[in-house]
Every structure is written in C-alpha cells, then in structure tokens.
Design a protein. Structure first.
Length: 247
C-alpha cells in the first residue's frame, strides 16, 4: 500500500525539495499551503509536472485549527489515510525585541509553532489507530542557538523541539515516530534575496564554506520517514554545515 505524505509549506524552496524527494521514495505526496489556490500554486504545479512530478495541492491556513481540520479531512477523503506529516510551513518577521510589535510575535508563533499543533492534532489519532506514523518538524539552527533580531522565530523553532520530544514519548508505543530537523542557512529564494555582502558574511561563518541545498534537507526528511527508522524518535537532526555543533 502506497503511503500518503502531507507536506505543509510545500510550495517553498525546501518544501518543494521535500515533496520531490518523498515522491522519489515511492510515497504519494500532497502539498498543503496557504497559497494553494493562487496563480503561484498553479505555476508551481505546472513546473513540477514538467519535471515529472504530480502533486495534489490543498489550501490550508495552518494558523487556524478549523482550516487544518477541513484540509486533512479533504485529503484523506480523496487520497486515503495520512501516514506521514512534514510540518514545513514557516515565516519570518524579524526585528529587535525592543521594537518588536505584537503582530510580529503572534504571526511567527502562530505560523511556525501553532501550525505544528494544528496539523499534527488532525492526524495523530488515525496514525495511532493504524499503528504507524511519521511526523517530521522542520525547525532551524536558530531554534538551537538563538539569533539576533529573531526572538520570535527562535522561540517558535525552539518550541518545535520541545513539542517533538514530548509527543514522541506519548506515541512511541503506537508505532509513531516524531523527529525534528534543524537546517542551517539554505540557498532558498528567501536567503538568496539577502544582499550579497551579507550572504558572504554568513557563509564565512559556516565551516563547510557554502549554503546548504534544499535537496540536502529533503534527504534528511526521507531518512526520518523511512520504514527502517522506527527506532529513532524524539531526535533532532542538525543539517547546518557545522555552523552549530552540540554533543
């Protein structure tokens, strides 16, 4: 039986790489994104088809529990039970804390952390009943070490680690693994939009001497969701080129 994998934020650079890699692994991949009904989404679907991939795309506002509930119900009705969830949706609203507006805080916490609850809550019961599930939360190196001007983002991404470890303990006996991945600086459109001199300063701090590739994050996701990795849960994979190392 072909397993169903849902990737939130699938239209983004890392999300797209994850969708493609999981499809290559033989999974039926569904993209869930706030922009699913936009022109951008239609262009994205066409681009994927030209590359040989066919993905269903569903509209979802990951900050709203009811929207996630509707999206998951529609996906399962059309495709079958969800066995794999990758929580990849995320935004930034950077600013120094002393000047940070509550809207900046709320938007990042709701999108990056609240979404993990909103989506995972919809699928975890079904996974437990079927005795199988894989949940992967895409966190960040800045959730591990913090980052100047990102109290909101760092707090949300650190919260994903706590969520991962706690839920992993609750569902370990049900055949479900819950893990997180913490990318460093990856050459997505967002990072490449940073001024070249700033990018150069960032790269100078990375021991491997370059930005990461979205495909490298996708490979880590494929590792976490594989059938063979049922013994790894509550773990965090740091994929950051050596920027931050912990024992």
């Amino acid at each position: 039986m072909q397993r169903i994998a849902v990737v939130t934020g699938g239209l983004g650079g890392i999300g797209t790489a994850i969708c493609r890699r999981l499809s290559d692994e033989g999974l039926r991949v569904v993209c869930a994104d706030v922009g699913a009904e936009s022109t951008r989404a239609a262009e994205w679907v066409q681009e994927q088809e030209r590359a040989g991939y066919r993905f269903a795309v569903y509209e979802v506002n990951v900050t709203e529990f009811s929207s996630c509930q509707r999206a998951v119900a529609a996906i399962e009705e059309a495709s079958g039970p969800i066995g794999i969830l990758v929580n990849c949706a995320g935004i930034t609203r950077d600013g120094m804390f002393r000047k940070m507006h509550p809207d900046q805080w709320d938007a990042v916490l709701s999108t990056n952390l609240g979404s993990v609850f909103n989506m995972t809550r919809q699928v975890i019961e079904g996974m437990a009943e079927r005795g199988y599930g894989r949940v992967v939360n895409i966190s960040s190196v800045n959730g591990q070490k913090g980052q100047f001007g990102q109290t909101n983002y760092s707090a949300a991404k650190a919260g994903m680690h706590g969520f991962t470890m706690a839920l992993a303990q609750e569902v370990a006996g049900k055949g479900i693994t819950v893990n997180s991945i913490s990318p460093g600086y990856v050459g997505t459109q967002m990072v490449m939009a940073v001024p070249e001199e700033v990018r150069a300063q960032i790269i100078a701090q990375i021991p491997v001497g370059r930005l990461g590739r979205p495909e490298e994050i996708a490979a880590a996701v494929a590792f976490c969701v594989s059938e063979e990795m049922g013994y790894m849960t509550g773990a965090n994979l740091a994929v950051n080129g050596g920027l931050h190392m912990q024992f």
